[in-house]
Design a protein around this ligand. Structure first.
Ligand SMILES: [Zn+2]
Ligand SMILES: [Zn+2]
Length: 342
């Protein structure tokens, strides 16, 4: 398991352009695995690395937290993984096992978790070194490029839905059809919810139905609150949009005991909440981060079982700048993936 040499697309400083560098990837230390990267998704959260927005981030840094590849080398004290196994690495970049949330088994809330591509170098590279306790096994049915976005966008929507308390047959509205939303619609429909997709424009209707939505609401020509009321109210609204203002109508119009679940990060400030619909109707506003390696593995297996797939645009590793700009433009349909090797 000697040191290997490979390419990396690193961010040299906050806001800097990607640099292609050749560097050494050492043999993994105790508890670590080295992954030969095959594909890595380009996520909006990579802007935290690119723009240096994460507190304490150190440069140069290689982003990438949607990593699909093969175990290349294994460090000491790693009983589960062996060279040649297909694995994935997501946002959750490991956990410490000694903080209070870890001691309670709630690894997603670990107080010392490194984020992949932020706390250590991520998947815009030929190799990644990662803690073994962050990894998921990839099912044989899923290609690397299809698996990659499921390790962040996929697990975030799948895991938030399955922990939301919504039951089979409940009315679940997905707000927004983008990188997260187009997966959330598929998961909600496959999970047995009455799935409502809400987005802007009539042209999204056929796509929403193709993804499995039973009902489509065009928020530019219809009033989503009224339309949801006609359906008896939503038990759950999963928001993947980036506008806090556009969420204000949702809370008052949830079904009694309904929940607004936020997985898309609002870019226009705080969500205003009128407390009376919360109090009188026992409604909830909540959020969800993503999931552990095991949650990712559940997501991948469910996706393989039910045929859930991301819609992709792929770029070679060296075009990380173009790929990143395409993702940030909001015009990609719907996830951007770097094809690193095969
Ligand atoms: Zn992400
Ligand atoms: Zn911990």
């Amino acid at each position: 398991m000697p040191t290997v040499t490979g390419r990396a697309m690193q961010v040299p400083a906050a806001g800097g352009a990607f640099q292609l560098v050749t560097r050494e990837f050492p043999e993994p230390g105790p508890g670590q695995v080295r992954i030969r990267v095959h594909a890595c998704g380009v996520c909006h959260s990579d802007s935290l690395t690119k723009l240096g927005l994460w507190p304490g981030l150190q440069f140069p840094r290689v982003p990438g937290h949607e990593v699909a590849g093969v175990v290349d080398a294994v460090g000491a004290d790693v009983p589960l993984f062996k060279s040649g196994q297909r694995v994935g690495l997501g946002w959750h970049g490991g956990h410490c096992n000694y903080c209070n949330p870890c001691r309670r088994g709630d690894f997603m809330l670990c107080e010392n978790q490194p984020i992949s591509g932020i706390g250590y170098d991520g998947g815009y590279a030929d190799y990644v070194l990662a803690p073994a306790n962050a990894l998921a096994f990839l099912p044989a049915e899923l290609a690397d490029a299809d698996a990659a976005p499921l390790l962040c966008a996929g697990v975030t929507t799948f895991n938030s839905l399955r922990n939301s308390g919504a039951r089979i047959g409940d009315t679940v509205a997905i707000l927004g059809i983008g990188g997260l939303g187009h997966l959330a619609i598929q998961y909600a429909a496959k999970a047995g919810y009455r799935t409502v997709a809400i987005a802007r424009g009539q042209d999204k209707g056929p796509l929403a139905r193709q993804l499995g939505a039973h009902i489509y609401i065009d928020s530019t020509t219809q009033d989503p609150a009224k339309e949801l009321q006609k359906l008896g109210g939503a038990n759950l609204v999963l928001s993947t949009i980036t506008s806090a203002k556009a969420l204000e109508w949702v809370i008052a119009d949830l079904a009694p005991a309904g929940k607004l679940l936020v997985v898309g990060a609002p870019e226009d400030g705080a969500i205003q909440v009128n407390p009376f619909p919360l109090l009188l109707g026992r409604r909830t506003v909540s959020g969800w981060p993503s999931g552990t390696g095991m949650d990712s593995e559940d997501t991948l297996n469910f996706s393989a079982l039910t045929g859930v797939k991301p819609m992709l645009e792929t770029y070679p590793l060296e075009q990380a700048e173009e790929a990143y700009n395409r993702m940030m433009s909001g015009k990609a349909r719907f996830r951007v993936v770097l094809q690193v090797s095969s």
